[in-house]
Write a protein that binds this ligand. Structure first.
Ligand code: FES
Ligand code: FES
Length: 89
């Protein structure tokens, strides 16, 4: 039996959390874990929901304070940050 909770989404496919970036004020010296699978309920960061998929979170270590735009569509070529790819989805 397979897990039915996300049966329609294959384990090797990322979910589009939203077709826009998430703006986050990051703090220098802090680490952030970007959700690459799109399944987290606490976007844009990982909440462990990738369990059972082929995805793992991506660490981002902030080297300065300020707003960053983390990819919400999970299709960026510059993960974890938005590179505009969401506009082509
Ligand atoms: Fe998406 Fe962890 S919940 S990578
Ligand atoms: Fe994914 Fe912009 S939100 S590339």
């Amino acid at each position: 039996m397979s897990d039915s909770s996300s049966a329609s989404i294959p384990a090797d496919k990322a979910v589009v959390a939203q077709k826009a970036p998430f703006a986050v004020d990051v703090e220098s010296g802090k680490k952030y874990w970007w959700c690459s699978c799109g399944r987290s309920a606490t976007q844009p960061f990982c909440d462990g929901s990738h369990k059972g998929t082929d995805f793992v979170p991506l660490e981002y270590a902030a080297d300065k304070d300020g707003a960053l735009y983390f990819c919400g569509c999970k299709a960026t070529g510059k993960s974890p940050l938005c590179d505009g790819t969401h506009g082509k989805l």
